[in-house]
Design a binder for this molecule. Structure first.
Ligand SMILES: [Zn+2]
Length: 825
C-alpha cells in the first residue's frame, strides 16, 4: 500500500488473514509445516528392486502426487515451487536409475494437474504438453547442443530459437471456430482439462470474436492466464481488508480465480492473458512460431512483447542473463525462460517424448536466497490483539528490495523453522514478493558472537504489560486482551481507520500512527540499533481522532502534538552513523530565527481529518475495526440502512441477528461480530464521539429513489457504459432489488452490456427478459411497470399507466431464496 511518510526501508504494514496486522512480513496461505526432508539419494542397484527400494519409490511418488494435488487441484501448496521441483527431480533421478520401477501413474508420466469434479471435463483436440525443465545454464547448453545435433542429423536447416519469458501463470487452451471463441479449458493432465469458458470470458484481453481475417475453421490457441504483480499485491491487500486470507503467489491467484464457480467473482480478479502457442489447427498458414505470433496479434489476441528469435546458445544465454536482472521489474512474475525451435517443420521433425516436446525447453531461474544475521526476534501486537513474532535482520537485498524484517507467524513456526536469535539465516521472498526466513545456517551457528539464544515468547504484552492469553482454549495464537488501551493495538486501529478503504487520511500513515499512539522508546543505539517506540502516546483512543481537525473547540490535542518526538539516525552523506537524535515529528525543529510550527504534512493531516468527516457511511463502518467488517460488508450495510441510527435501531431489536444476516453480503458471522462489537461501552463511545465531532454517519438519501425494484432479482453481465459493475449493483439494491451473480429461472431481468457472455445465453434459454443499458436505466427510473416480461422485446420508452406493478406473483414468491450461484458452471 502506498502511504506517504514511509521511508523506503521502513517496514510496510501487511495484514494477516484475520485482519490482524503482521507488519513486515509474509502473509501467504502456505502452511507453516516444513517441507518434507529430501529423500535419500539413490545409488544404482541390482535389476530386481528390493522391497525397501520399492517402498522408497512409492513414498517419493506419493509425496510428489500429494503436493501436485495440493497445488493444481486445491490451489493450496504446502511447499515452494523450488522445493516441489527438487522433489520432482528426485523422482526423475530415481526413475532414471531404476527404469524398471516406473509406475504408469507416476507423476513423471503425466503432464501436471488433473481435472477436478467442479468443472466439466473437456478433451483438448491436440495434447497440451508440459515442458522439460533445466535448472542451470550448463544443462540448457547441453539441451540446445543435443537439439542442434538432432536437427543436423535430420538434414534440416539449423534451428532458430524463439526465446521468451516463462510467465508465472496458469496454462489455458482457447478453442476458436471460425473466429468465435467456443471454449476455454485449463490444461488439466494435458489431454483433459476443465471447462472454464465462462470465467475466461471475463478476461478483457481475450476476444470473444477474433478480429481481422483468414481465421482457420478450427484452432486451439494456448497461453498463460496471469495476474500482474502490482495487481496481485493490491488484490491481496483488498482481500486482507475484507478479513480474508491473502493468496500465496500470482500463479495460485490466477488458478483460483479461474476456478470460481461464479464468473462474477472471476470478473473481479485482475486477470490478464498472453498467448504463446497453437494446438490443433485447421487451415493455418503460418510456418513458424514467430509468424504465428504476428498472426495472433493481428487477430486481436494478446501476445507478449517479451520474445526474440535467436540463432545461437550464446544469444539465448545473453537473453537469460538480461531478463534475470530485470525479472522483478516486469509486469508479471516469471519463473524462467522458454526456448522453442521457431520453425514448425523443425518442431515436427524433432517430435515429442511421452511427456514433453523435444523442440522446446524451460530454463528455470534459481530461487533467490540470501544469508543474513537474525539480530532479534520481537513480537508485534496486531489490531485484534494477536501477538506475532517477527525477525529483525541485518538489512539485506533480496529479489530486488532491501529487507530487514520478516514475520514468523507464531511461536510454533519459530520452533518449526529452528531459528535462534543470533543465527545466520536463509532469507528469500515467497512468491518473489514477501520476505520469508527459511531457516538457520546450522554450520555457522557455533561461530556466532554473542552466542545464539532461544526465542522465548513473552508472557506479558510488550506494549502495555497486560498478561497475554490464548484467544480460545487450545489456540496457538495468543492475544493481548487489553483491546481498548494497548498502545500497539490502538496504533494498528488508527493506521487502519486512516486507510484508503476507510477514512482515507493520507497524511496519517504508519509512522504518524506510531508517533500519535506511543512514546519514542529508549535510544536505539542502546538496544541494537532499531527504534522501539513504547509507552502511551498523545492520543488516548481512536475516539479522539477527530480532535485533530482544525475546528475542534475545546481540545488541546493539536497543541500537544508539538511535544511528540521520534528517534532519527544521524546520517553523514546518506550513511547511518549509529547515533540517534530525538526530533519533533509533527512540528518543525525550532531555529534561532523560526519558532516551531506544525509541518506542512501536519497541516495536511488536520485538513484531511476535517474532510474525512463527510465520508460516506460505509467508510465509517470500515474505520471502526469491527471484525470481519471490511468494505464489502460495510457497503452492504450502508446501502441497506443508510445511517448509523437506522443500523443501531436494528441492533437494538430482538431478532437483530436474523435481520442483519439476511442483508445481501452480510451473513451470520458478520451479524454476530456487529452485535458483539456494539455491546462494548467503549466502542459505542467511539461512535458517539465521532458523531459529536461532526462525522456524518449517514448517507444522503436521494428522495427520488423509490423502492421500485422491491422483490426483483436482476443480473448484470458484460460491461455497461455509464455504470461500473458495483454501481449497477448498488442502483439495484437501493431500489429494493436483489443483484444476483448468476442467471436462474428465478431471475427477473438480465441486463446485458458489451461482451456479455454465457449469462446472456442462459437468459435466452430460460426466457428471462434481457435489457440493454437504456432499458436498464428506464427500469431503474420507472420500475418494472414499464417493462412487461416478454423475452426478446425492447421496451418502449415512456411509462405505462400501471407504473410500479409488481412482477408476476409466482416470481415474487420465489425471491428470498439463496442466490443460485451453484447453478452455473
Ligand atoms: Zn497490550
Amino acid at each position: 500500500m502506498t502511504r506517504k511518510g514511509l521511508s523506503p526501508d521502513a517496514p510496510t504494514c501487511r495484514r494477516g488473514p484475520d485482519g490482524v496486522s503482521e507488519p513486515w512480513g509474509k502473509i501467504d496461505t502456505v502452511s507453516p509445516e516444513p517441507a518434507s526432508p529430501p529423500a535419500q539419494r539413490v545409488e544404482p542397484e541390482t535389476a530386481i528392486p528390493s522391497e525397501s527400494l520399492r517402498d522408497e519409490y512409492e513414498a517419493l511418488a506419493d509425496e510428489v502426487r500429494r503436493h501436485r494435488t495440493l497445488y493444481y487441484n486445491q490451489d493450496a501448496p504446502e511447499i515452494s515451487d523450488a522445493e516441489y521441483d527438487v522433489l520432482f527431480r528426485q523422482l526423475e533421478e530415481f526413475e532414471a536409475l531404476h527404469p524398471e520401477m516406473i509406475a504408469n501413474d507416476s507423476p513423471t508420466q503425466e503432464v501436471g494437474g488433473e481435472a477436478t469434479a467442479a468443472f466439466a471435463p473437456v478433451e483438448h483436440l491436440a495434447r497440451m504438453y508440459s515442458l522439460e525443465d533445466v535448472f542451470s545454464v550448463s544443462e540448457l547448453e547441453a539441451w540446445i547442443r543435443r537439439a542442434e545435433a538432432n536437427v543436423a542429423a535430420l538434414g534440416l536447416v539449423p534451428a532458430k530459437w524463439l526465446t521468451e519469458l516463462k510467465i508465472d501463470g496458469l496454462a489455458v487452451n482457447l478453442l476458436y471456430r471460425n473466429g468465435e471463441l467456443v471454449r476455454a479449458a485449463t490444461r488439466g493432465d494435458g489431454r483433459t482439462g476443465e471447462d472454464v469458458t465462462h470465467n475466461v470470458l471475463t478476461i478483457k484481453d481475450v476476444p470473444q470474436r477474433l478480429s481481422g481475417e483468414g481465421h482457420p475453421e478450427e484452432v486451439e490457441i494456448r497461453g498463460e492466464v496471469y495476474i500482474p504483480t502490482k495487481a496481485f499485491i493490491e488484490y491481496n491487500e483488498a482481500l486482507i481488508e475484507r478479513g480474508k486470507a491473502p493468496l500465496a503467489n500470482p500463479r495460485n491467484a490466477a488458478a483460483g480465480s479461474l476456478r470460481q464457480k461464479d464468473p462474477g467473482e472471476t470478473a473481479k480478479r485482475p486477470l490478464k492473458m498472453f498467448v504463446h502457442g497453437i494446438g490443433a489447427r485447421e487451415g493455418l498458414t503460418a510456418t513458424s512460431q514467430a509468424e504465428t505470433y504476428d498472426l495472433l496479434k493481428a487477430w486481436g489476441l494478446p501476445t507478449s512483447p517479451y520474445y526474440e528469435v535467436l540463432e545461437t546458445y550464446e544469444e539465448v544465454l545473453a537473453f537469460i542473463e538480461r531478463y534475470g536482472q530485470k525479472r522483478h521489474s516486469l509486469i508479471h512474475e516469471i519463473d524462467g525462460i522458454v526456448v522453442k525451435a521457431d520453425d514448425f517443420a523443425t518442431q515436427r521433425a524433432l517430435g515429442h517424448t511421452s511427456r514433453v516436446p523435444r523442440w522446446a525447453v524451460a530454463f528455470k531461474y534459481p530461487p533467490e536466497e540470501v544469508h543474513t544475521k537474525l539480530l532479534d526476534i520481537l513480537v508485534n501486537v496486531g489490531r485484534t490483539g494477536r501477538v506475532t513474532p517477527f525477525g529483525v535482520m541485518e538489512p539485506v537485498k533480496v529479489a530486488g528490495s532491501t529487507v530487514s524484517m520478516a514475520t514468523l507467524h507464531n511461536q510454533d513456526v519459530v520452533k518449526a523453522k529452528g531459528v535462534m536469535i543470533g543465527d545466520i539465516v536463509v532469507l528469500r521472498k515467497a512468491g518473489d514478493v514477501i520476505p520469508e526466513i527459511v531457516g538457520p545456517v546450522l554450520a555457522l551457528r557455533d561461530q556466532q558472537d554473542p552466542p545464539v539464544r532461544d526465542f522465548v515468547m513473552p508472557t506479558v504484552c510488550p506494549s502495555c504489560g497486560t498478561q497475554l492469553a490464548p484467544s480460545k482454549e487450545g489456540e496457538v495464537d495468543i492475544r493481548c486482551p487489553n483491546a481498548r488501551s494497548c498502545p500497539s493495538q490502538l496504533r494498528e486501529r488508527v493506521f487502519h481507520l486512516a486507510g484508503r478503504g476507510a477514512f482515507d487520511i493520507e497524511a496519517l500513515g504508519w509512522e504518524a500512527a506510531i508517533a500519535l499512539t506511543s512514546g519514542p522508546g529508549p535510544d536505539p543505539a542502546t538496544i541494537g540499533g532499531y527504534p522501539r517506540p513504547e509507552g502511551p502516546g498523545v492520543l488516548d483512543g481512536e475516539a479522539q481522532i477527530f480532535e485533530l481537525a482544525a475546528d475542534w473547540p475545546d481540545s488541546n490535542l493539536r497543541d500537544r502534538l508539538a511535544d511528540v518526538a521520534v528517534w532519527r539516525e544521524k546520517r553523514v552523506k546518506g550513511v547511518g552513523t549509529g547515533q540517534w537524535d530525538l526530533v519533533p515529528y509533527f512540528w518543525t525543529k525550532p531555529t534561532a530565527r523560526k519558532p516551531s510550527v506544525p509541518t506542512a504534512s501536519t497541516e495536511k493531516l488536520f485538513a484531511e481529518v476535517q474532510k474525512a468527516k463527510t465520508q460516506p457511511l460505509w467508510r465509517v463502518l470500515v474505520a471502526l475495526s469491527i471484525r470481519h467488517v471490511g468494505p464489502t460488508a460495510s457497503r452492504a450495510l450502508a446501502t441497506r440502512y443508510g445511517s448509523m441510527t437506522a443500523l443501531r435501531e436494528v441492533l437494538a431489536t430482538e431478532n437483530a441477528r436474523e435481520q442483519l444476516a439476511d442483508v445481501d453480503g452480510v451473513g451470520p458471522i458478520i451479524a454476530d461480530a456487529l452485535i458483539e462489537w456494539f455491546a462494548e461501552d467503549w466502542h459505542r463511545e467511539i461512535v458517539a464521539r465521532w458523531a459529536s465531532a461532526g462525522v456524518k454517519m449517514e448517507d444522503e438519501q436521494d428522495a427520488s429513489v423509490g423502492r421500485s425494484l422491491e422483490g426483483l432479482t436482476v443480473v448484470v453481465t458484460g460491461s455497461l457504459e455509464r455504470f461500473s459493475r458495483d454501481e449497477a449493483k448498488e442502483a439495484i439494491i437501493i431500489r429494493g432489488g436483489k443483484a444476483s451473480g448468476s442467471v436462474s429461472k428465478k431471475t427477473d431481468y438480465v441486463v446485458a452490456g458489451e461482451n456479455a457472455g454465457s449469462k446472456l445465453d442462459k437468459a435466452e434459454q430460460y426466457g428471462v427478459p434481457i435489457l440493454d443499458e437504456d432499458a436498464f436505466r428506464r427500469l431503474l427510473e420507472n420500475g418494472p411497470g414499464e417493462w412487461r416480461p416478454a423475452a426478446g422485446e425492447q421496451p418502449e420508452s415512456g411509462p405505462e399507466d400501471d407504473g410500479g406493478a409488481a412482477p408476476p406473483e409466482q416470481l415474487a414468491a420465489e425471491i428470498g431464496e439463496a442466490e443460485s450461484d451453484g447453478d452455473e458452471r
